[in-house]
Design a binder for this molecule. Structure first.
Ligand SMILES: Nc1nc2c(ncn2[C@@H]2O[C@H](COP(=O)(O)OP(=O)(O)OP(=O)(O)O)[C@@H](O)[C@H]2O)c(=O)[nH]1
Ligand SMILES: [Mg+2]
Length: 193
């Protein structure tokens, strides 16, 4: 899957693309590596804007892949330094979008393997379940961990979300090392083609 094209940035539900093209949604905390994931998985460095400062993505960014489906890069949540008002607007946009779009076929929930899931991760997980959106968790940035730390991270995330099964709906990932890319491409093929 190499063909990817940026379509548009959406800041209001009324501007969502029309039609019924399937959407795969990238969601999770700010700075967890969602935008970087796009560049890694679709092999186009720089198509998605990334930043070492949290809060880079501030709208729903639509990318069209293989002229078949959208990857929707969501703004991250939980970044402390964003003004409260702005934070509320983002979170509302995300919640509205998840509830509103009829085209979401899968959500990829990113969790930073170096940290325990946060309250907002629990909230997001609740939304996805309530809305019956199929999802996987990507335990991300595992290049930063030693084997023993990775074992701990795996255990911790499964304590929060017992429904997760490693290799099935829990995928370990690293953009830096390309870990998990093959599994993600296989999953995308399975759900889309
Ligand atoms: N070590 C390591 N760093 C990563 C990885 N993925 C992303 N990063 C770094 O993490 C930082 C944040 O990445 P982004 O992709 O911009 O994060 P985001 O989730 O899109 O953030 P928001 O747009 O704020 O929601 C950047 O400095 C990336 O280079 C990874 O797998 N390993
Ligand atoms: Mg981003």
């Amino acid at each position: 899957m190499k063909k990817i094209e940026f379509i548009k940035s959406v800041k209001s539900i009324k501007d969502l693309p029309k039609g019924n093209i399937p959407e795969v949604v990238l969601c999770g905390r700010s700075n967890v590596g969602k935008s970087t994931f796009i560049n890694t998985v679709f092999g186009r460095k720089g198509i998605a804007k990334t930043s070492s400062t949290p809060g880079k993505t501030q709208a729903l960014n639509y990318y069209f892949v293989e002229e078949k489906f959208y990857v929707v890069d969501l703004p991250g949540f939980g970044y402390a330094k964003v003004p409260k008002k702005e934070k509320e607007i983002w979170q509302k946009l995300i919640a509205d979008y998840l509830g509103f779009s009829k085209n979401i076929i899968y959500a990829f929930h990113f969790i930073d393997s170096r940290h325990e899931p946060t309250k907002l991760d629990v909230t997001l997980n609740g939304f996805l379940r309530e809305l019956e959106i199929p999802y996987i968790v990507l335990l991300n940035k595992i290049d930063k961990l030693k084997q023993s730390e990775l074992a701990k991270a795996r255990k911790s995330v499964r304590q929060f979300f017992p429904e997760l099964l490693p290799g099935e709906n829990l995928i370990e990932f690293s953009s830096t090392k390309g870990i998990g890319k093959k599994e993600i491409l296989q999953l995308l093929k399975r759900i889309l083609f």
